[in-house]
Design a protein around this ligand. Structure first.
Ligand SMILES: [Cu+2]
Length: 133
């Protein structure tokens, strides 16, 4: 291979690496869901559906805003094995649910009164909240 061809190959791979690195720095709203997620039955979704991802970063979003009076169902999906968020606990609602990997778990949230419900993993980490306002 001529030297010039090798040089331009090196340049191209350097550019590709650089753009890949730049791509990593973008703030992504939520980690991508795995392709083969076990979906929740449509009958379990009451009112508006809000998706929450449980990953190594914790819960995304971790500040869920709901409208007072609007029935809402949170649908949790754990996307990573590398997280202790394998359960969700909403103490005020006495709800504790396991989050199997890549399996949607629906939790209906009472929206009758303006209130903040804190939720976290089974050990009380990744503190997050649902605000009905
Ligand atoms: Cu934890």
């Amino acid at each position: 291979m001529p030297r010039r061809a090798i040089t331009s190959l090196l340049l191209v791979s350097a550019l590709v690496t650089l753009s890949a690195l730049a791509g990593c720095k973008k703030d992504e709203p939520a980690p991508a869901k795995p392709a083969n997620v076990t979906k929740v039955a449509a009958t379990e979704i009451v009112g508006r559906r809000v998706d929450v991802t449980a990953s190594e970063k914790g819960f995304t979003p971790n500040d869920v805003r709901l409208k007072k009076g609007e029935a809402t169902t949170l649908v949790f999906t754990r996307t990573s094995d590398d997280t202790c968020a394998d359960a969700v606990v909403i103490k005020d609602l006495k709800i504790e649910r396991k989050l199997p990997l890549a399996t949607e778990v629906a939790i209906q949230i009472p929206a009758g009164e303006a209130k903040t419900y804190e939720f976290a993993c089974g050990m009380g980490m990744f503190k997050s909240k649902i605000v009905v306002e």
